[in-house]
Write a protein that binds this ligand. Structure first.
Ligand code: AMP
Length: 133
């Protein structure tokens, strides 16, 4: 994995160089609406620290940062009234998951039935791929 790039879009949002539609800010995390929503509610939660991905975050961040980050994810879901109807949380890590912005972010999606788990568009319909592990 490459080094953290200080010029990624979310680093610019954190420095106030780019705007965002803020939902919630805590000591270690920021939540804002996704610019290209894939559901009626589509919010991103990012840590304020410079972490590329979930793997980078959980291996390097302090317990305080990790706990507060996940609490913020839960708080956002509550704030946006998603806990009753349901919501999905996902984070894309690196190439196979099609990560586009290399600052850790968790997507919170909801506001309508989301269907079964997202698996991407290129899975052969006959299931010719073998499950790993
Ligand atoms: P990912 O594929 O998980 O890296 O997703 C990156 C997400 O960031 C996408 O859903 C984009 O729509 C979203 N995004 C990109 N630029 C911005 C921005 N300036 N403000 C809010 N969301 C953004």
């Amino acid at each position: 994995m490459e080094n953290y790039n200080e010029n990624n879009i979310f680093a610019k949002i954190l420095r106030g160089e780019l705007p965002c539609q803020k939902v919630l800010e805590t000591k270690h995390a920021l939540a804002f609406h996704d610019i290209n929503p894939q559901a009626p509610v589509h919010v991103l939660v990012i840590p304020k620290g410079a972490y590329i991905s979930l793997d980078d975050f959980v291996s390097k961040a302090s317990n305080d940062q990790i706990v507060e980050f996940w609490r913020t994810v839960g708080e956002v879901a509550r704030l946006l009234n998603l806990t009753g109807s349901g919501f999905r949380v996902l984070s894309n890590h690196s190439a196979d998951a099609h990560q586009e912005v290399f600052h850790l972010h968790v997507h919170i999606l909801g506001g309508r039935p989301l269907g079964p788990m997202l698996v991407g568009g290129d899975i052969p319909p006959d299931g010719t791929w073998e499950p790993l592990g």
